[in-house]
Design a protein around this ligand. Structure first.
Ligand code: DON
Length: 563
C-alpha cells in the first residue's frame, strides 16, 4: 500500500517542480466567441480578456504579449508582424509592424569582397536582425481599436514570465535542438540554457518580466527608448550588430489598405505589401476560379496540377515585383487585374507541367498606382474578427537573446533578397523590389486573411510556415468552400506547395496518393517531401451562426477554444 502512495507523492512532487501541464484542444464549436492560437496558455489569456469585456483586438494584443513568454520560438517582442482586423460593421484595416532594416544596412551587407553571399550571416547572429516592430504594432492596434486598458492585456504575460510555466514537449524538443546555437551566439547564460529540457520543466523569465513591466508602465517608450533600447544597442555592440538607438526611436507601425479580392461569392481581405501574402493569394484564387476543381475532386491529379500551375505563376511574380511599397513601386493593381490573370493562365496545359524557366514574371509599365511565424485567429462576441501573424522568422530568430532585457531578436533580414537570384532559407528568390536598403521592410509571406460570404464574416485564417504560408491558406480556404470539408479536416488534410523555384511540388508525406503523384510525374512534375507545410489556425462561421475553430495538429500546442 505504501509503495503506490510513495510513487503518487513522488509524481506530485515532480509535477510541482516541473509546473502544471495543460491540454491543447484541436477543435472547438462555440456560440459567441473563438480564439485559436499556437499555445493553450495564450488561448486561455485571449479567452479571459474576451470574457472580461475586451474585444477581438484586446484579445489579440493580450495573446501576443503572452506568446512572447510562452512561445519563445516565435512569439515575440523582438520581431514583428501583421494584423488584419474586420469590425462587426464591415470596416477593415490592416496594420504593418514588420521589422525594418537598420539605417546602417546596405544592399550588399551580406556579400563578401568577391560578391558572394556569406553563408549564415543574414540568418544567425547580431547582423541578422531587423529593427523590431511588435511593441509599436500592439500599441498602435490597441490605441485605435482596443477597449480595455493596456495594463490588463499585458499583466497576464508578466505573471507568466515571473512565475514561469511548464514547457511543452514541442518546446522542450526545440530548446534542446538549439542549445549549441544559444551558446554560440550568447556570451552570458540565459534562462534557455540547459543541458536537457524535458516537457514540464519550468521556464522562468525574470528579465523579460521586467521589460514587459517597463513597456506596461511607459508604453512603446519602455521598449524603443530608455533602459530596454540601451540594452538592445549594448547587445548589438557586443558583436557585429548595427541596430542603433536612433533606429529604435524612429520605428513606427503603419496602417495599410488591405488587399481585397473576390472568389465566387466570397470576398477575401488579406495583407498588402510588405507582405506578398494578400497579392499572391488573390492572384492564385483568380487564376483558379474558372476551373471546376470541386468537380475534379479533392487532390485529384487535375486539381493538384492546376493549383500547382497557378502557384508557380503567382510566385514568379512575387520574386520579381513584390517588396516594400514605400521603397519600390509594387504594381499591385496590375498584378491583380482580371485581364492579366486570365492571360497568365493562357499558356497552361492540362496535360503537362509548365517549366518554371519558361514562366517569367508579368511585364508592366510601371506607373505610380493608387495603392498605398505565429498566427492567431479571433472572433469576439460582437462579431469583430482579428487575424494576426507575427514572427521572429526562424525558431528563436537570430538566436541572440538580449542580455538584461530577456528576449530573442528576429532574423528577419534573411527575408530580403540579399543577392538577386540567390535563394533565402525558404528557397525564395528575389531581385530589386526586395533588395536591402536602410529603413526598408523585408518582403514577407505572412497571410493573415479574413473572408466574407455575402457580406458577412465567414472565415478567419492564417499560418506560420515561411514561403508555404500563402499556399497553406489557399488550400484550407478551398478545402472548405470547394471541397466541402469541415474546418478541422480542412486544416488537418495533407498539403502541397509550388513556389516557382525550385521547380518542384513540395508535398507532405502521404498528402497525395501514389496514383496521383504518378499521373503528375507523367505530366512533368517533380516532387520533394516535407514534414509539414504551414500550420493553419482558422475559424469559420457555421450556417447556424455558431463558430467552428480549428487548431492544426501539425503543432501539438496549437489550441482552439471558445464560449
Ligand atoms: O515573413 C515571412 O514570410 C517569414 N519570416 C515567416 C517565417 C515563418 O513563417 C517561420 N515559420 N515557419
Amino acid at each position: 500500500m505504501l509503495r503506490p502512495i510513495f510513487f503518487l507523492l513522488l509524481a506530485l512532487f515532480a509535477g510541482c517542480q516541473r509546473g502544471t501541464y495543460y491540454v491543447a484542444h484541436k477543435a472547438a464549436i462555440a456560440e459567441a466567441a473563438m480564439v485559436v492560437t499556437p499555445h493553450p496558455l495564450a488561448s486561455a489569456v485571449g479567452l479571459k480578456i474576451l470574457k472580461q469585456g475586451g474585444n477581438a483586438v484586446d484579445a489579440a494584443v493580450a495573446v501576443q504579449w503572452a506568446m512572447a513568454v510562452v512561445y519563445p520560438r516565435a512569439g515575440n517582442i523582438g520581431g514583428g508582424g501583421f494584423m488584419l482586423i474586420r469590425r462587426a460593421n464591415g470596416e477593415a484595416a490592416s496594420l504593418d509592424y514588420r521589422e525594418k532594416a537598420p539605417a546602417q544596412a546596405s544592399r550588399d551587407m551580406y556579400l563578401d569582397a568577391k560578391g558572394n553571399v556569406v553563408e549564415g550571416l543574414s540568418i544567425n547572429g547580431h547582423l541578422a536582425s531587423g529593427v523590431p516592430g511588435a511593441v509599436a504594432g500592439l500599441f498602435e492596434a490597441h490605441a485605435r481599436y482596443g477597449k480595455l486598458p493596456m495594463a490588463k492585456l499585458i499583466n497576464p504575460a508578466i505573471e507568466l514570465a515571473q512565475k514561469g510555466f511548464a514547457v511543452s514537449h514541442g518546446e522542450a524538443d526545440r530548446l534542446n535542438a538549439y542549445q549549441a546555437d544559444f551558446r554560440k551566439y550568447n556570451e552570458d547564460p540565459n534562462p534557455f540554457f540547459k543541458d536537457k529540457w524535458q516537457a514540464g520543466d519550468l521556464l522562468v523569465q525574470s528579465e523579460l518580466a521586467r521589460t514587459l513591466q517597463l513597456i506596461r508602465d511607459n508604453g512603446p517608450e519602455g521598449f524603443y527608448k530608455g533602459e530596454t533600447a540601451r540594452e538592445i544597442v549594448a547587445e548589438m555592440k557586443s558583436a557585429n550588430g548595427i541596430i542603433s538607438l536612433d533606429d529604435l526611436a524612429a520605428y513606427q507601425a503603419k496602417w495599410r489598405k488591405p488587399i481585397i479580392g473576390q472568389y465566387k461569392q466570397y470576398r477575401i481581405l488579406s495583407m498588402p505589401p510588405p507582405s506578398s501574402g494578400g497579392v499572391a493569394l488573390v492572384q492564385m484564387l483568380d487564376m483558379l476560379e474558372p476551373y471546376p476543381i470541386a468537380q475534379w475532386g479533392f487532390h485529384s491529379p487535375q486539381t493538384v496540377h492546376t493549383m500547382a500551375e497557378a502557384m508557380r505563376r503567382a510566385y514568379a511574380d512575387r520574386a520579381e515585383h513584390l517588396g516594400d511599397s514605400d521603397f519600390y513601386t509594387v504594381p499591385v493593381d496590375s498584378l491583380l487585374a482580371a485581364s492579366y490573370l486570365q492571360q497568365r493562365m493562357a499558356g497552361f496545359s492540362p496535360d503537362s507541367a509548365t517549366l518554371s524557366q519558361s514562366i517569367l514574371a508579368g511585364q508592366f509599365k510601371l506607373t505610380l498606382e493608387s495603392f498605398e511565424t505565429e498566427h492567431t485567429s479571433i472572433v469576439d462576441q460582437e462579431g469583430n474578427a482579428v487575424s494576426v501573424t507575427t514572427t521572429l522568422n526562424s525558431n528563436y530568430g537570430s538566436k541572440v537573446w538580449v542580455s538584461g532585457a530577456g528576449f530573442f531578436l528576429n532574423n528577419e533580414m534573411d527575408d530580403f533578397s540579399v543577392k538577386p537570384g540567390v535563394p533565402n532559407q525558404f528557397g525564395l528568390v528575389g531581385a530589386e523590389a526586395n533588395a536591402v536598403a536602410p529603413g526598408k521592410r523585408m518582403l514577407s509571406s505572412m497571410t493573415p486573411t479574413i473572408v466574407e460570404k455575402d457580406g458577412n464574416l465567414f472565415m478567419v485564417l492564417g499560418a506560420p510556415g515561411g514561403s508555404t504560408i500563402i499556399t497553406g491558406v489557399l488550400q484550407v480556404f478551398l478545402n472548405v468552400v470547394e471541397f466541402g470539408l469541415p474546418l478541422d479536416q480542412a486544416v488537418s488534410a495533407g498539403r502541397f506547395h509550388h513556389q516557382w523555384l525550385p521547380d518542384q511540388i513540395l508535398m507532405e508525406n502521404n498528402a497525395l496518393s501514389e496514383s496521383t503523384t504518378a499521373t503528375l510525374a507523367a505530366k512533368g512534375h517533380r516532387f520533394q517531401t516535407a514534414k509539414a507545410i504551414a500550420v493553419v489556425k482558422a475559424i469559420v462561421r457555421l450556417p447556424d451562426g455558431r463558430l467552428h475553430g480549428a487548431a492544426d495538429p501539425r503543432n501539438p500546442d496549437d489550441d482552439a477554444r471558445g464560449f
